[in-house]
Design a binder for this molecule. Sequence first.
Ligand SMILES: Nc1ncnc2c1ncn2[C@@H]1O[C@H](COP(=O)(O)OP(=O)(O)OP(=O)(O)O)[C@@H](O)[C@H]1O
Length: 447
Amino acid sequence: MNLNLKRLYHVCNPERACLDGNLPSLQWRIRCIDIRERQGAALLANDRAAGLIEFPSLSIPADLNEVDELTRTSAAISWVAVVTNAHLNDPEIGRIVRTRCVSYIRLPAAAEMVAQELDRAYEMSAGDGSEHTSANAGSVALIGACAAMSDVRAAIRNASEHERPVTFIGESGSGKTLAASSIHRGSSRREGPFVSIDCAAFAPERVETELFGESGGEEIRVEEGNQRSRLSMAEGGSLYIDGICELPLSGQQRLADMLDTGARNVRIICSTHIDLQRAADEHRLHARLFSRLSPDTITIPPLRERGPDIRLLATHLLKSFRSDSRHGVQGFSVCAWEAFDAHTWPGNLQEMINRIRHAIVASDGTLITAVDLGFDQTASVPMMSASGDDDDIPEWDAVELAIARNQGRLDAAATELHISRVLLARMLASDSRRSVATPGELRMDSA
Ligand SMILES: Nc1ncnc2c1ncn2[C@@H]1O[C@H](COP(=O)(O)OP(=O)(O)OP(=O)(O)O)[C@@H](O)[C@H]1O
């Protein structure tokens, strides 16, 4: 027996369930939960588990109380709803889907898509919580799977192999400091110090001294208190100069001199949120420093342009911080995902971290909602599902004819109607004329 099977609870009315052909059979141990036989008992998920609620097979509204109770009491399971458009417009189903489920699948849905959604839900489930960590996000690797972040990682790897100054360009909170430290950690200087200075944090007359030390002297002491300059602290390692355009031009000139002569054993990494050419044109970047920095720049994309990485990062951050939760937060609800996707993230990763940390403490359930995350409301956000648009739905007369012509065989009828068998089964299950259906053919085997 394969002990590594993933647990899936399939909640449905087995007589009307239509997903049997579309559930992943490999790697999963599926248990069918007959909604008619449940009497309020919670499902205990000591291990990780995903759950699938097949709404089209249920009696609506009769079964909704049971589903509400089940998802409330079995919140350790990552629930995925299977719905039709009509279900999404039902206020009670909409509430359950938005606040208790981590995602939903709109019928018709391809088997691969169902498997993908269940995998994702399973990854989010926490089981007994043994994998909870309280990692500091500042110490984590640069997370991201989108093409732009793959390019960034490749550029970082490349920059780790040479000693030329590198400049990161990106919005506030997008990950420039983390990327700079990644270069240092990947370079031959990794055993040396990684020192940073935020030029915007000092008054213009102060920042140069902080960076280089007292002018004219040994460039060691920056003030009476024996404090060393950042350059001397970074000796043998890397110096990250955050906000290079905020360094006064005289300081930029000194930095260009230093790079020209190679006088210090310090690798220079800079960052700015504006384009270098523009900064030079506007005389915010010294011409000589511009020619030193411009050959090696790496642009960090804003979070709003990273597509699916937004969910990847949110999931990662939640795992990092959820041990702070009083209620054993397990994941995000559908409305939270929708809010994530709709938001423009002006504060980028830093904003996401702040929102998730706040939500973990604020949440009084096991799923974080849009409101927990500090988003105003959820109603205006359009519902989005993992599945694509519906097939063209055939007229009822055509459905009845096709079923009659094929002696009740749904596969053959669906082929004739040019729709998926799932859609046909769903139409039969959800319409009052479903007496034409042959329920026996739609049975879901329990495992
Ligand atoms: N791709 C990523 N994966 C994981 N964590 C990230 C990623 N990018 C940024 N972070 C985290 O987000 C936070 C903000 O990132 P960081 O400080 O590097 O941004 P920044 O661009 O330097 O911000 P600022 O311009 O305000 O200095 C940090 O805690 C960092 O560890």
